[in-house]
Design a protein. Structure first.
Length: 419
């Protein structure tokens, strides 16, 4: 048996459609199929015939069961006091399959299962179906409908997020449009559609999407778009230019490591991630991976994202600052080595005096930028490690829009660090 409850309710046995005689027969089957334990007869009477006296209500339940058992006897366990759906008998229920695919997809971090679940959602639960004089059933159905609808919206949102992250415009547009069909007030989906249209060269469509969002919010909710939406619209109008960067050119095309690169991009897109360390042995490609992740934020197709480093993306090489390497007794490395390296990378002239660190932090305080600190392990085990790690912590606390990617042979072991 195949039972479809998402959209219009249908029952199939083999290739044939089972025509259930009454709305209450359909309601009873749907309710039993989605419960995992036997239901007492008095509960089912209250659910579907709560307005009737007990005796006629019980007779109606018996008559409805008789009707169902004509075609579906194998799927119903009818006992004197209880009635249950026979889940052990082979069957398929789209609601349960939808929820199982979502659960498996989340557990395995497998978006193909999420896409499978979304494909199963052919409409809201029992769409357009109602039962007269059955308030308890209607309340149950409405609650289940809202629960499933929210699960679908979250699933669609995750697929749109992934499409935007990877520049999959066609897929992203399809899922974002479906998301807005279900929830026209979901402003983040409007923003993502604006980005997707712009990134695929449809500037007018991107601007029109903003206008549609503004009108829907004004007419339906009486509110204005969020500041993030307005800021995105203004960036579209201004046609933002790429941010400054000093990333070194690479002699060849970066190929492979898409899983690692995607993981880094997702972490950088997370507002909670301020310090990300790429850990690995020497020669493992940490620097190239960090550079490719950073380069992504300088490309035209990333300029409209919410994580836009409009003040720049800067590479800070640290390998030559090792106390055991470049320094000597004649030319001791200064304790402000990291400070000077960052200042040089971002184009800040350090003033003379004892407050250079605070001057740099004041300069960075209002900046939205990305720093790539390469080979940080060179600073972890010499006499100046403590003040330089302290500078990193102060930067994270005092410059809230600055994000840092470090490469190192070992973690930095800071509270803010993501590895």
């Amino acid at each position: 048996m195949q039972l479809t409850l998402l959209g219009s309710i249908t029952v199939k046995l083999g290739e044939g459609i089972v025509a259930l005689e009454t709305a209450k027969a359909k309601a009873l089957l749907a309710y039993l199929a989605l419960t995992d334990r036997p239901q007492r007869r008095e509960h089912l009477v209250d659910l579907l015939w709560g307005e009737m006296a007990e005796a006629p209500a019980r007779r109606n339940l018996t008559a409805t069961l008789t009707s169902l058992r004509k075609e579906l006897a194998a799927y119903l366990l009818v006992e004197p006091e209880t009635i249950a759906f026979q889940h052990a008998v082979p069957h398929a229920i789209d609601v349960l399959d939808f929820q199982q695919a979502l659960q498996d997809g989340r557990a395995a971090n497998d978006l193909s299962l999420v896409r499978e679940a979304v494909a199963r959602y052919q409409g809201d639960f029992l769409a357009g179906f109602s039962v007269k004089n059955a308030d308890a059933f209607e309340e149950w159905a409405a609650h289940r409908r809202e629960q499933l609808r929210e699960q679908m919206l979250l699933a669609l949102q995750s697929l749109v997020d992934e499409a935007v992250l990877h520049g999959d415009y066609t897929t992203g547009l399809a899922y974002a449009n479906r998301l807005l069909e279900m929830d026209p007030w979901r402003e983040i989906a409007h923003r993502q559609l604006m980005v997707l249209h712009a990134q695929s060269g449809r500037q007018e469509a991107a601007l029109a999407q903003y206008d549609l969002c503004r009108r829907i919010l004004a007419e339906e909710l009486g509110i204005d778009p969020m500041p993030e939406t307005v800021a995105l619209f203004e960036r579209l109008l201004a046609a933002d230019t790429p941010p400054d960067h000093n990333l070194p050119p690479q002699p060849n095309t970066f190929i492979g490591r898409t899983t690692e690169l995607g993981h880094i991009r997702r972490q950088l897109a997370d507002p909670a991630c301020r310090l990300l360390t790429i850990v690995g042995p020497g020669g493992s490609g940490k620097t190239r991976l960090a550079l490719e992740a950073a380069r992504h934020h300088t490309e035209p197709d990333h300029l409209l994202s919410t994580q836009h480093f409009h003040d720049g993306v800067f590479f800070v090489p640290l390998a030559g600052m090792s106390g055991a390497g470049q320094s000597s007794a004649a030319t001791p490395r200064q304790a402000d080595g990291l400070l000077a390296a960052i200042a040089e990378a971002v184009g800040f002239s350090l003033p003379s005096g004892a407050e250079q660190g605070q001057q740099l932090l004041a300069f960075l305080k209002s900046k939205t930028l990305l720093l790539v600190l390469d080979n940080f392990e060179h600073l972890l085990h010499d006499e100046f490690a403590a003040p330089e790690v302290n500078l990193l912590e102060r930067l994270l606390h005092q410059a809230p829009q600055v994000k840092i990617v470090t490469t190192s042979r070992e973690p930095l072991n800071l509270q803010e660090e993501w590895v």
